[in-house]
Every structure is written in structure tokens, then in C-alpha cells.
Design a protein around this ligand. Structure first.
Ligand code: 5RP
Length: 234
């Protein structure tokens, strides 16, 4: 079996082909896209690539600074050319589950600001139906139990606040993550996203619908770039 870390690295580096001089680039979060960030830093240092980046988490911000990518805030620019990010699952319609790294809110804001979205992944992330990966939902700590109860009733499944050691995971935005164990049966992610967002205590949900334009996927037989026929990079 191919080494998963090597596959992540291959996908992360290959996706850099979408980045050219002068671009404003959204920098995703996770163990796959970290290789993209490192490679972009290398190209800036060694090949004269000039870009500016917007990070989707404090962890990515730290890495981008370490590798020398100049950063700006979204408020300083009017949109991004592209965002490269990881995913926890993607389905045949290029709909995604994201948020395994608890960065889904900033990731979704940055994705919405971008003219294109490229996902980097190893081939374990390709699924027929979304939902085997517990769906991450960012919730406000105010009355989180009530929000979890509402989510559990709506989705008809177990919903847990994500823990780290003895306490809950706290996101970069000061919120918590509720993981919904729906099982691999999310047939209509667009409808589900809007229903979940109607709950007042929900800040954002890790369903990324109609956002992904291409997936750079690494597997045992190499890396392939799959372009969404209905996407913006087609
Ligand atoms: C973080 C995310 C990540 O992009 C997603 O969890 C994939 O991460 P990795 O590449 O480490 O598997 O959505 O919130």
C-alpha cells in the first residue's frame, strides 16, 4: 500500500501548477495542503514566483510566514484568484465535506471569495455518497447543548461536541465543533446545508456545495487532476 503521507505530498505539490505569477491565493488547512504551502514558499524563494496569500487558519498562517509567503487579510483585497484546500470527502458531483481540521468557517469564507477552488487529497477521500466522515458543524458555545439536540433531531443521528483531551476543541473563531454521525447517506447536500444553517446556534456547516472546480488526487498509480465539468476551471 502506498504511503499516505507520500500521496498527500504528491497531491499537494502537483496542485501548485494552478498557481502563476501575481495571483492572490487562498491557503487551505490540513496535512495535505501543507505541502502546497511549503512548495509555494519554495517556488517563491528559488524560482521568483510572486504571490500573496490569505490563510484559512492560524496554523496555516504560521506555516505561510515560516516559508515566506506574504499574507494579506480579505478586507485588503477584492477577491482571490484561487484557493487550494484539502477535503475529508468528495462525491461524484464534486460536493465536499470539510472541517476535519476544525477550520471550516474560514475555509468556506475564503472559498467563497475565490474565483476557483482546487482540492488536494489522497484517494481515500473519494466517496459515492457523503457522510461516512462525521459532518463537522461549527456551533456557538452559547447553549451548545440545545444546538446539538436540535441537530441530532434534524439529522436523526448521534451528534457529539469534538473533544481534545478533557475539553472541547475551540476553533480559531472561539466556537466549538459538533460532529454529526449521519453515515454515508447524504443524498442531497444542498438541501441539507440550508436546513442545518436555519438552526440559530449553527455558525457554519462543513458541506461545501458547488464550490470545488478540480480535485488533485494522489493514489497508488500516481496523481490525477479531475476537472469538474460544471466548474469554473473547465
Ligand atoms: C480542515 C479541513 C481539511 O482540509 C480536511 O480535514 C483535510 O485535511 P487533511 O488533508 O489533513 O486530510 O477541512 O478544516
Amino acid at each position: 500500500m502506498a504511503d499516505v503521507e507520500a500521496l498527500k505530498r504528491e497531491a499537494g505539490i502537483e496542485a501548485c501548477k494552478f498557481v502563476t505569477n501575481g495571483m492572490k491565493v487562498g491557503l487551505g488547512t490540513g496535512s495535505t495542503v501543507k505541502h502546497t504551502v511549503i512548495e509555494l514558499g519554495r517556488r517563491m524563494a528559488e524560482e521568483g514566483l510572486e504571490i500573496i496569500g490569505v490563510p484559512t487558519s492560524l496554523a496555516t498562517e504560521k506555516l505561510a510566514i515560516e516559508v515566506g509567503i506574504p499574507l494579506v487579510e480579505l478586507s485588503q483585497i477584492d477577491g482571490l484568484d484561487i484557493v487550494i484546500d484539502g477535503a475529508d470527502e468528495y462525491d461524484p458531483n464534486f460536493q465536499l465535506i470539510k472541517g476535519g481540521g476544525a477550520a471550516l468557517l474560514r475555509e468556506k469564507i475564503v472559498a467563497q471569495e475565490s474565483a476557483g477552488m482546487v482540492v488536494v487529497a489522497d484517494d481515500r477521500k473519494r466517496v459515492e455518497k457523503l457522510g461516512a466522515f462525521p459532518l463537522p458543524i461549527e456551533v456557538t458555545p452559547f447553549s451548545q447543548e440545545a444546538t446539538v439536540r436540535k441537530l441530532s433531531r434534524l439529522l436523526d443521528c448521534r451528534v457529539n461536541i469534538r473533544m481534545a483531551g478533557n475539553g472541547p476543541v475551540i476553533t480559531d473563531n472561539g466556537n466549538m465543533i459538533a460532529d454529526a454521525h449521519t453515515g454515508p447517506n447524504i443524498t442531497n447536500p444542498i438541501d441539507l446545508e440550508s436546513k442545518i444553517l436555519l438552526i440559530a446556534g449553527v455558525v457554519q456547516v462543513g458541506l461545501f456545495n458547488d464550490m470545488c472546480d478540480a480535485v488533485v488526487l494522489a493514489g497508488a498509480n500516481g496523481v490525477e487532476t479531475i476537472i469538474n465539468p460544471n466548474g469554473r476551471l473547465n
